[in-house]
Design a protein around this ligand. Structure first.
Ligand code: HEC
Ligand code: HEC
Ligand code: HEC
Ligand code: HEC
Ligand code: HEC
Ligand code: HEC
Length: 293
């Protein structure tokens, strides 16, 4: 089942490569088009197929003439960008046609079994061999399959949530680097940066379930969650203020233009997972940011 999820992504990129020469130009990693759905795919009424029953642009996109619009001009924030609109997660859209149960991915971050023993198989998704948890290992000794900058991308989007992309840069000010060093030492946490001192997914997230790494060690200090399988729970979005400010202007414009009154609902996390410090009360943010300046 898990292999299937990985091949899903790999397939997706191969599908793109094969299509590179065809018109119209599609963005990289785009979904396959022009094929007739097999029996495995259940396309709902709402998704209009082409004359031969094949996937066309309008099957998935509500925007008029999307195939004649340059990729960078396409308004991805439009309600009708994806047919049915307003999906909180992209996978919600995928499951309109693909079978959710068959494509559901095992959460590889659930690394401990019911006896608290590690599931060794899970380690080797990222480490060439299972690291010795009793030793103090240097980065090279961890034998990561990919550099830390890329290790999450086989399975996650580069843009998994609001503000993730904006963060994968080198701090603009040297003071931030000093703050990170000072705060992480004082708090006893690990905040890995790239060789070029860029922020990474793993600067904020730990890949390991709580307890895989000794919680007394900096790499093992992280937010405790009782049920990782259940994952993150929301009420409102954690980035709500930033998100609202960023989107509001565009939303107002959209509503005026389309004579509509679309509202976003912002959610706040009630149960956090795989974070080095809680973010909902700002602790994580303050490791790097000094919002007083
Ligand atoms: C409108 C229905 C529809 C939606 C929505 C949809 N797909 Fe598909 N997908 C198809 C069809 C049809 C195929 C062709 C394979 C088949 O018919 O079995 C396909 C094939 C694929 C393939 C295999 C590509 C190949 O080269 O064989 C992948 C991977 C895939 N989809 C992923 C996704 C993902 C990820 C999403 C959400 C972002 C998604 N699909 C949304 C209908 C859909
Ligand atoms: C099976 C569904 C499906 C079909 C068919 C489809 N798309 Fe898409 N398209 C998607 C999904 C899913 C995304 C990515 C949404 C995201 O990542 O937020 C997307 C994204 C895009 C984007 C925005 C890319 C970006 O990153 O800015 C463009 C442009 C686009 N599609 C054009 C087309 C065109 C042109 C066609 C017809 C030739 C087409 N699509 C057919 C599902 C589809
Ligand atoms: C999703 C990728 C991923 C998986 C799966 C994974 N690791 Fe790691 N591991 C990393 C990365 C990245 C680092 C370096 C950053 C850090 O320590 O958080 C690391 C660091 C470590 C370290 C060094 C911690 C320290 O004290 O510095 C140990 C030990 C370790 N992993 C053991 C394991 C074990 C055991 C498993 C399986 C149960 C496992 N890892 C699964 C990505 C992964
Ligand atoms: C590991 C360090 C680190 C952590 C943790 C961190 N940030 Fe950042 N943040 C950065 C860096 C680096 C930038 C890029 C701009 C800069 O260098 O000042 C940035 C930029 C931002 C921006 C501006 C984004 C833009 O569009 O330009 C906002 C807003 C922000 N962070 C909010 C947060 C919030 C909220 C949290 C906590 C959930 C957080 N950050 C946690 C390092 C961090
Ligand atoms: C082999 C695939 C794989 C790799 C590699 C991987 N993940 Fe995941 N991750 C998953 C799956 C599967 C889930 C479960 C939810 C889902 O399907 O999106 C998940 C969930 C998460 C969650 C949400 C926690 C939850 O329980 O909902 C976070 C945060 C996360 N991953 C961060 C990372 C980071 C950071 C890395 C890189 C160090 C990484 N992942 C690497 C497959 C992977
Ligand atoms: C600046 C800190 C920061 C960075 C950098 C960051 N994240 Fe997150 N991420 C968060 C916070 C905060 C949450 C929400 C709370 C939680 O995980 O419990 C989150 C949530 C997630 C989730 C769960 C989303 C959901 O809706 O279930 C995934 C998956 C994830 N991150 C993956 C990644 C990946 C992959 C990267 C790198 C491309 C990344 N994150 C970079 C802070 C960050």
């Amino acid at each position: 089942m898990l292999n299937r999820s990985i091949s899903l992504f790999i397939l997706l990129s191969f599908a793109m490569a094969a299509q590179a020469d065809d018109k119209p130009e599609l963005p990289p990693f785009h979904h396959i088009v022009g094929v007739k759905p097999s029996k495995a795919i259940d396309v709902p009424e709402k998704f209009k197929l082409g004359e031969q029953g094949e996937l066309i642009c309008a099957t998935c996109h509500g925007l008029k003439d999307i195939d004649k619009t340059p990729v960078e001009k396409v308004d991805k924030t439009a309600a009708d960008f994806l047919v049915g609109g307003g999906y909180r997660k992209l996978t919600g859209f995928c499951y309109r046609c693909h079978d959710e149960k068959k494509t559901q991915r095992d959460n590889i971050h659930v690394m401990l079994d019911e006896h608290g023993e590690i599931k060794k198989k899970n380690c080797t998704f990222c480490h060439e061999e299972v690291p010795d948890r009793d030793k103090d290992l240097k980065l090279a000794e961890l034998k990561l399959r990919l550099p830390m900058q890329q290790i999450c991308y086989g399975c996650h989007l580069k843009d998994p949530h609001f503000n993730a992309v904006e963060h994968q840069v080198e701090p603009a000010q040297k003071e931030m680097l000093e703050r990170i060093e000072k705060n992480s030492k004082e708090l006893g946490i690990l905040v890995p940066l790239s060789e070029k001192q860029e922020v990474l997914c793993v600067s904020c997230h730990t890949p390991h379930q709580y307890g895989v790494i000794d919680p007394e060690k900096p790499a093992g200090k992280q937010v405790l969650i009782d049920d990782l399988e259940k994952g993150i729970e929301y009420q409102e979005h954690p980035w709500d203020k930033v998100f609202a400010a960023d989107k509001e202007a565009r939303l107002v414009e959209f509503n005026q233009q389309h004579k509509m009154n679309v509202q976003f609902s912002y959610q706040r996390i009630t149960q956090e997972a795989l974070l080095r410090l809680p973010a909902k009360d700002g602790q994580l943010c303050l490791v790097c940011h000094d919002f007083k300046d």
